[in-house]
Design a protein around this ligand. Structure first.
Ligand code: DQQ
Length: 573
């Protein structure tokens, strides 16, 4: 059921504290731990896991989402914060949310904490700030990952393209920075972009530059030496920028070009996210040489009320098939996924639909589940995802950025911020016909060393079953749950993960408690929430980071299904 992983990267980077500040032993009592997890990696990874328990919450209590039994005795206190980073520069907020900044000062970090909070197998730079994955591609035997990177600090700013390569998508080699802001058309940041591989193998890289006047423009770059499998050097096209915001588009609402796809007329198309008022849109351009472009009158798609679309991703999926498709594939048996990262909510949303190559328009299969109002790509901390086609293994792989729950001052003290998800393969779900399925790339299997299996564990409603896995620092957990019929069978609209692990539904939620202290005074539920809806049963895979948190200003008298006392958090679930 679980498999401890070994450490995979070089020793972690962090600015070591003075020796006298180090703890007398490496162990960190839970009550002295930093009150927020540094990041949430939902897909079955658990760090510093002390005990592992499975839970099912009483099925008989089924409050409506608006009637749950969370009764905070005090509201978060008000506080003043500077404007989040990035907003003035014309991009999404890059610092933490209101609630999570409601922590005064920085935590009392120790070297031991710095060490166990680094990942072992999720990609992260050696140090400093990272955000979106950029231009992923496979070239001459190497997987390349570029990423938004601040080489100078653990906060967003001075954005360059960091670069790493891997032969297996798991073990990474850090390479020199690929592109820095050094031209008037990108001096305020070499922002997000995508790679297109032409049929003759040439690589075309298009990225957004924030100009000296903070206008968002699109720029072209290509490898200086195509015979170099590591693609170490990049040339910016002297004629940059190749695209400036069209007249009806705001100068700060024009970013993140997609991988291009070829139409039946042989011309290339690409799409760029934007907005008109509150309507999120995706502009379409056609080109033959990637230097000159024609803007189409019609959008690829638009959804009122969804706001600015960042990091649009657009690609085909096979209706019946177990392989991924190259971005230019069209024809019968193919649907197209359209994904947008919503600037207003910081959530990646997608929908499945039909692309018409004759007019370059995409129509959702189900308008009620359109982009931004229906499916989310992930229900945890996840943003700015980008996919690429891997011709070597014939699969489509998607990366997503997992940002921090830390405060900025804590990030600065740690010396780093954020990780990328484990890359995931994406396929159309031909069982439901309405969503995609994602799975960590198969290479992850190579990391498994030994395992402990628990079978036929019975978890009664409202109970917690400890699973003794001994001591481990990294785990990969595969869990299969068999459930009884859904509660009373009453209909309740699926409301995803909102409400966290405490919000009960007809069945559960149920799942695993990880990062759990012996007393269960601190824990992180990774859980499933199922509900009967008019359209069938919906199941969401969720993580609840707030159960790990003790807000000193908020004593929350939850109705505990098990006893936890003498803690500032009176009950965590
Ligand atoms: N991050 C980049 C932008 C993009 C945003 C700037 C999304 O290009 O819109 O770092 O996180």
């Amino acid at each position: 059921m679980d498999t401890p992983y070994h450490h995979l990267h070089a020793p972690p980077y962090y600015p070591p504290l003075l020796p006298e500040e180090q703890p007398s032993d490496a162990g960190t009592p839970a009550s002295h731990r930093k009150p927020f997890k540094g990041f949430a990696a939902i897909l079955a990874s658990a760090i510093f896991l002390l005990s592992l328990v499975a839970l099912i919450i009483n099925q008989t209590q089924k409050p409506l989402p608006s009637q749950n039994n969370i009764v905070p005795t005090s509201k978060p206190t008000s506080f003043s914060n500077p404007e989040p980073r990035g907003v003035a520069e014309g991009v999404s907020a890059k610092s933490n949310s209101h609630l999570l900044r409601n922590i005064k000062g920085s935590y009392n970090w120790t070297n031991a904490m710095f060490t166990w909070q680094r990942t072992s197998f999720h990609f992260q730079p050696e140090k400093n700030w990272m955000n979106d994955p950029n231009g992923p591609l496979f070239y001459k035997g190497w997987y390349h990952l570029f990423y938004q990177y601040n080489p100078d600090s653990a906060v967003w700013g001075n954005i360059t393209w960091g670069h790493a390569v891997s032969a297996d998508l798991i073990h990474w080699l850090y390479l020199p920075i690929a592109m820095v802001p050094d031209q008037w058309y990108d001096i305020n940041g070499v922002w997000t972009g995508s790679a297109t591989i032409l049929p003759d193998g040439q690589i075309v890289m298009l990225y957004t530059g924030s100009t000296d006047k903070s206008v968002q423009v699109q720029n072209l770059a290509y490898p200086a030496d195509p015979s170099d499998p590591l693609l170490l050097d990049w040339v910016k096209y002297p004629g940059n920028p190749v695209l400036v915001p069209p007249r009806h588009i705001g100068p700060k609402d024009f970013r993140d070009p997609t991988t291009a796809w070829a139409g039946p007329d042989g011309k290339w198309r690409l799409t760029i996210g934007s907005k008109i008022g509150k309507t999120g849109i995706s502009l379409v351009y056609q080109t033959t040489d990637f230097k000159t472009y024609e803007l189409l009158d019609e959008y690829l798609h638009a959804v009122p009320g969804t706001g600015m679309w960042e990091c649009v991703d657009f690609y085909p999926v096979a209706i019946n098939g177990s392989v991924g498709l190259d971005t230019s594939a069209t024809g019968p048996g193919i649907k197209h996924v359209l994904k947008a990262s919503l600037d207003d909510t910081k959530v990646d949303h997608y929908a499945i639909g039909t692309y018409n190559p004759a007019n370059d328009k995409w129509t959702p299969d189900n308008p009620e589940e359109d982009v931004g109002i229906g499916l989310k790509w992930d229900y945890g901390r996840y943003y700015a995802s980008k996919s690429f086609y891997d011709p070597y293994k014939k699969r489509r792989i998607v990366w997503g950025w997992i940002n921090e729950t830390d405060t900025e001052s804590d990030d600065l003290e740690k010396g780093w911020a954020s990780v990328q998800t484990i890359p995931r393969t994406v396929l159309y779900d031909n069982k439901t016909g309405s969503n995609v399925v994602q799975w960590p790339v198969e290479e992850i299997e190579s990391l498994r060393q030994n395992s402990t299996v628990f079978e036929e564990v019975v978890v009664e409603p409202g109970s917690v079953v400890p699973l003794d896995i001994g001591v481990a620092t990294q785990l990969d957990i595969s869990a299969e749950f068999e459930t009884e019929l859904l509660g009373s069978g009453a209909m309740e609209e699926g409301y995803g993960c909102s409400g966290g692990a405490i919000d009960r539904s007809a069945m559960g939620p149920f799942g695993l408690l990880v990062n759990a202290h012996d007393s269960l005074s601190e824990l992180t539920p990774i859980f499933f929430r199922s509900s009967n809806t008019t359209k069938g049963t919906n199941t969401y895979f969720c993580a609840d980071e707030t159960r790990f948190v003790c807000f000193e200003s908020e004593l929350i008298p939850f109705d505990c299904p098990f006893e936890v006392s003498n803690r500032i958090c009176k009950c965590l679930i």
